[in-house]
Design a protein around this ligand. Structure first.
Ligand code: ZN
Length: 258
């Protein structure tokens, strides 16, 4: 009885149906990673390459003081390809988008040569209002054209600077808004949302071993001031800005646990 109905089902599947199913499967495996060239987004890229069959990257020029991170991206992408043949096969186009309108709209320590300090509203003046929202909106617009349906970002609310647009609720609300506004079905993935910086290093190790750890340590950029300087145990940077402090603390905690 079961065999007969299975045979009937198989007979009813034609090539058109198989094509349709394969297209849907392929579509659900196509991701766009917000890739700045920093520690978090490089870990997210490795995560995406381990989960999806086709992965493209997007970076933004928005007048950031640490524009050096953009210079690090091409060589980072080349080195990531060499770490794993399957990653090399999955990694597609890189897109660099000009969002300099952000620096025209806001005045922050991330885009202006002013001292980093806490503001009256309890947020550091490195917070760029709307930045991550614009990043995701821009990424979704590109993903729509490129037929990519997963957006991957390194937002995290566990071990972060308190930026409200890094919070899980902001991302979930944005996913709903994007899907309604674009009449599509995109998924926003944030693999670092609930882990601290030490766990982010551990995640990188689990994805790409010591080779990926070394690549992230030496070739990614995190320092807000855009300084490369000497290579510390935890990577390059000024060593005193909030981003360097967070990165160093996370790395030392990771190493003390391994
Ligand atoms: Zn720094």
């Amino acid at each position: 009885m079961v065999i007969a109905s299975t045979k009937k089902l198989v007979a009813s599947i034609n090539f058109e149906t198989i094509d349709l199913i394969m297209n849907q499967l392929n579509h659900s495996n196509r991701a766009l990673v917000l890739f700045s060239g920093g520690q978090d987004s490089t870990t997210c890229l490795a995560w995406a390459l381990s989960h999806f069959s086709h992965v493209e990257t997007i970076g933004f020029h928005y007048g950031q003081r640490h524009a050096i991170e953009l210079e690090m991206r091409p060589q980072l992408l080349q080195k990531i390809r060499k770490l794993n043949p399957s990653w090399d096969a999955s990694l597609g186009e890189d897109h660099l988008i000009d969002l300099s309108v952000i620096s025209q709209l806001s005045q922050t320590a991330m885009t202006e040569d002013i001292a980093i300090q806490m503001q009256e509203n309890g947020l550091p003046n490195t917070f760029v209002p709307g930045r991550n929202l614009m990043f995701m909106l821009t990424a979704a617009t590109l993903a729509y054209r490129r037929n990519l349906n997963v957006l991957v970002g390194g937002m995290c609310e566990t071990d972060f600077s308190g930026y409200p647009d890094c919070r899980d609720d902001s991302m979930k609300a944005l996913q709903v808004a994007l899907n309604l506004g674009l009449d599509t079905r995109m998924r926003l993935e944030t693999p670092l949302m609930w882990i601290d910086k030490a766990a982010t290093w551990r995640l990188a190790e689990s994805l790409g071993g010591e080779a990926l750890i070394e690549l992230i340590r030496e070739d990614t950029h995190t320092c807000y001031l855009g300084q490369r300087g000497q290579l510390h145990e935890w990577g390059h940077g000024c060593g005193t800005c909030p981003a360097c402090e967070l990165r160093a603390k996370g790395y030392l905690s990771y190493r003390s646990q391994t």
